[in-house]
Design a binder for this molecule. Structure first.
Ligand code: ZN
Ligand code: ZN
Length: 171
């Protein structure tokens, strides 16, 4: 088997990027890490570790949460995957392929719906702000927390708890 081929059938074309990152970092390229990365690369949306675990089970893979968490940490560090905290007490992950222009996130604090929107003006603003500060921008992240149109129509009102820093809620 050549270095380009994978032990995983129908593997994502992005898997070699992750493999290269692991090698560059001197980390072992294990089949478990590859399968976890492949599940994330071939999924759309925002996956929790639980969801990743159940998709692995559907593929007949039994991989422990510790390995999943560790692999997600490496994937985030590699820049191939972004982690989100949408305020529901755990992280969600999404791969960054096909995300141009970058998507912004509108997060409903009541029903937890996450709406992705694209806006050229935000992109432009990133460039402008960066330039003004002599900063070279690579990427940015915009998350707006509040109430979606459906929840507002259903009579839900804004509660400040949902808007505080999740780290403060723990105390
Ligand atoms: Zn809502
Ligand atoms: Zn997203």
């Amino acid at each position: 088997m050549s270095a380009i081929e994978s032990a995983i059938p129908m593997a994502s074309p992005y898997l070699p990027l992750f493999r290269r990152y692991l090698r560059q970092q001197g980390l072992p390229v294990t089949q478990q890490r590859e399968v976890v990365a492949d599940v994330v690369f071939t999924s759309s949306g925002h996956l929790s570790v639980e969801e990743i675990e159940s998709r692995l089970k559907e593929r007949g893979e039994r991989i422990g949460k510790a390995t999943i968490y560790r692999t997600m940490e490496i994937l985030v560090r590699s820049g191939l995957v972004e982690d989100h905290d949408f305020g529901d007490g755990f992280k969600r992950y999404e791969h960054l392929f096909g995300h141009h222009p970058v998507r912004e996130h509108l997060i409903c604090t009541h029903c937890r719906t996450v709406t992705e929107v694209q806006d050229r003006q935000v992109e432009r603003l990133q460039g402008e702000l960066a330039r003004r500060h002599g900063f070279l921008a690579a990427r940015h992240r915009l998350e707006i927390h509040g109430l979606c149109a459906d929840c507002q129509a259903g009579g839900v009102t804004l509660q400040y708890k949902g808007l505080t820093c999740p780290a403060l809620d723990v105390a």
